[in-house]
Write a protein that binds this ligand. Structure first.
Ligand SMILES: [Zn+2]
Length: 427
């Protein structure tokens, strides 16, 4: 494969503590060198002047809907949306049909991705068979087939005894356990965050405590088992505080936040617009501020989109009837730049860390850095280009986004996977 030289970009690689203008030399799908004034013979030149050159972004929480719901998304279309969002690796959750709870389904996803996905796909296997919460899934064999973590995401593991056993198994296989924290008895029937807004809109509430009690339980189980435990889409004040506490105690507890939970509160909901319906729900302004604070302090380790495509006909129902979730791959970087970096909450280096080396380390996938010898996954982005998101131009098969028409300052410019440019902004 021909060489590619990314010239004169601001290279930010938190894993190697690099932040400065340099060239990045890519050849044979790997990073060959990073430094000033590189000029490998015959290399294609990519002028990155004025742009940031970062390790390829990793989204550890997406839903690709294949197998089973290909009308909403496929591995191919989801991967294209990921590339257009600057992501070089994505981790699909197992709530497909059939559920990814066996070596057969894991292998199917890996094979489909190998043939049809423009980005790396690292599947997450189910914790329990069919994600039904009754019996453990085939964790060890899914790992051998390529699963990088286990989760019943979309549903919590309600049975604490089963969660404890799952953590013990996962620990022996060296896999993280990711939980969708929601006590179903406390959240039952709810459509949005429980508070003054739900009362005002006459919608049933999902209380913050439905998340908090499960985060508390899981942290205690993580301590008992020594498992690597990760909170998916953290959204409440107490959950963030408890994860911070677990870290103080040196437990291997981590968490992720979605761009929407970092930027929108329940007061931002356009009444009865299903593009504002997701789980966890958009919470109070106080919760949003605490999630942002968690990103600043380190209680939150990664930004993950929870990209959840639903077809138009599914989402075009009454608020109470429509499914939970929004798409998010193409707006994640724009939102993070706008609210966190331009909003002066975190540095650009911290932003890159949240999207790269942190998820790579949690998942143990050996990516997220531009160190020579690493796979040449690179995200090139701008911090000042003005653009407006048009959901009808999305590479996703679905259109369920509350950010349609939102204007951004900065976003992805090129996405490089194993040395190949898989998406590039049209000039
Ligand atoms: Zn979830």
């Amino acid at each position: 494969m021909a060489a590619l030289l990314l010239k004169n970009g601001r290279v930010i690689d938190p894993a190697s503590d690099h932040d400065g203008v340099a060239d990045v030399w890519i050849e044979d799908g790997i990073i060959k060198g990073v430094g000033p004034g590189l000029s490998p013979a015959g290399a294609e030149i990519f002028d990155a002047t004025g742009l940031v050159v970062a390790p390829g972004f990793i989204d550890m929480h997406v839903h690709l809907r294949e197998p089973g719901f290909e009308h909403a998304e496929t591995i191919e279309t989801g991967a294209r949306a990921a590339a257009a969002g600057g992501f070089t690796s994505i981790c699909p959750m197992p709530n497909t049909a059939p559920v990814n709870d066996s070596v057969t389904v894991t292998t199917y996803i890996v094979e489909r991705a190998r043939r049809h996905a423009v980005v790396n796909v690292f599947p997450i296997g189910a914790i329990t068979k069919g994600s039904q919460g009754d019996e453990l899934a085939a964790i060890g064999s899914m790992k051998q087939a390529g699963a990088v973590a286990i989760s019943d995401d979309g549903r919590p593991v309600m049975n604490a005894r089963l969660m404890r056993r799952a953590m013990e198994f996962a620990r022996s296989f060296g896999m993280p356990v990711i939980n969708h924290c929601e006590d179903l008895h406390l959240s039952a029937g709810g459509d949005m965050h429980e508070g003054a807004e739900s009362v005002r809109l006459g919608l049933r509430g999902i209380p913050a405590c439905s998340e908090d009690v499960m985060v508390a339980r899981d942290i205690l189980l993580a301590e008992v088992t020594g498992a690597r435990y990760h909170v998916a889409h953290i959204s409440s004040r107490h959950s963030v505080e408890m994860v911070a506490f677990a870290k103080l105690k040196d437990l291997t507890v981590t968490s992720e936040a979605t761009p929407h939970h970092l930027t929108l509160a329940d007061t931002d909901i356009i009444p009865y617009d299903s593009n504002y319906k997701m789980k966890p729900p958009l919470r109070s302004t106080r919760d949003v501020n605490c999630v942002v604070e968690g990103v600043v302090s380190g209680a939150i380790d990664a930004i993950a989109t929870d990209h959840a495509p639903h077809s138009g006909s599914d989402k075009m129902q009454e608020f109470e009837k429509c499914p939970f979730g929004i798409i998010g791959l193409e707006t994640a970087l724009g939102l993070a730049l706008e609210h966190l970096v331009h909003g002066k909450k975190i540095s650009l280096t911290r932003l890159v860390e949240l999207f790269t080396i942190n998820p790579a380390r949690m998942l143990g996938i050996g990516r997220g850095t531009l160190t020579p010898g690493a796979p040449a996954d690179v995200t090139v982005f701008s911090t000042d280009r003005k653009w407006t998101y048009d959901v009808n131009q999305s590479f996703s098969k679905s259109r369920n986004s509350p950010f349609d028409g939102t204007s951004f300052r900065g976003g992805p410019v090129a996405t490089i996977v194993s040395g190949k440019i898989v998406w590039r902004l049209e000039q």
